[in-house]
Design a protein around this ligand. Sequence first.
Ligand SMILES: NC(=O)c1ccc[n+]([C@@H]2O[C@H](COP(=O)([O-])OP(=O)(O)OC[C@H]3O[C@@H](n4cnc5c(N)ncnc54)[C@H](OP(=O)(O)O)[C@@H]3O)[C@@H](O)[C@H]2O)c1
Length: 333
Amino acid sequence: MPYRAFVVDKRGDEFTAGIRTLDESQLPPGDVTIRVQWSSVNYKDGLASIPDGRVVRTYPMVPGVDLAGVVIESADPRFRPGDGVVVIGYDLGVAHPGGFAELARVPGDWVVHLPEGLTAKEAMALGTAGFTAALSIEALEQHGLRPENGPVIVTGATGGVGSIAVAMLAKRGYTVAASTGKASEHAYLRELGASEILSREEVSAPSNRPLESERWAGAVDPVGGDTTAYLLRTMKYGASIAISGLTGGRELHTTVIPFILRAVNLLGIESVWCPRETRIRVWQRCATDLKPPKLLESIAHETDLEGLPQVLSAILKGQVRGRTLVRLAGDDL
Ligand SMILES: NC(=O)c1ccc[n+]([C@@H]2O[C@H](COP(=O)([O-])OP(=O)(O)OC[C@H]3O[C@@H](n4cnc5c(N)ncnc54)[C@H](OP(=O)(O)O)[C@@H]3O)[C@@H](O)[C@H]2O)c1
């Protein structure tokens, strides 16, 4: 059976990216074959689409670290034809052909049933970014965060992780502050539930002071760099920062003072190799208490394989708002 896929390839110095028609015989080894309905675009997919992005480990590769769809064949007894499933992370889209294709085949251990209350489209409107936002909130709550502790700040708030974190926190009853570099998107962030908006300049300004006034009861930080240093200086006593990303830089210049005088915690968040039991639990929360109310209406927009190059380029420039769904079979199955 032929199927369409967005393929990146590198031969010597020559890098190509575009749509190809592949045959089912070219699918990789795996236990579960999936008709992909929806995928989504993450920052990592942007890196996969450029020659020096350093995330793709073998070429040619179908990028797409997320996919959701319907099982059409399974050698794994946990899955049957017709089951709705979601796969994110692992080697998907970097060392194993990923979600930007009409068909995918993956190991059964990577596959999670769509929880009740979440369609394939909604699962991809969340995708790795939304799952990471949920992991961040779960980690903060495990470290004592409660709505009554005070305001929670979300950095890079118009991005994928940021937008979903704002909406999830607001739904859970938190007072949410959002920092953004996009002056034009304040109304969007307020619609998602932010009650205070800070500029990217304010939260990334360098400072020689090890501590500033205590302000934040918690932080979801997909930005990193100078922004994380700002957060460390301004967290309340005993508060935690869930750090997941590096769009603002990979280096962190700080002191030990916030840790040893204010008992601040810096919590690392990692979605790609997240254990299966945690995955199943967090996807269930994404379908229930953490499910953002206006996920498809406000946060997500759609493209298709033809529209991918433009979105991949925009996400690398920090220009994408919210989440971009990629329609493969769509809801037509
Ligand atoms: N640890 C994990 O498992 C995991 C999972 C998912 C994502 N991530 C990482 O998390 C980060 C965000 O991912 P995403 O999918 O949310 O990406 P995204 O949709 O591109 O969002 C990133 C946001 O960061 C802000 N930003 C961009 N350039 C910046 C700069 N130079 N300085 C400060 N802020 C900047 C922008 O928001 P504003 O314009 O609103 O400021 C942008 O929208 C990436 O580094 C990604 O690799 C990690």
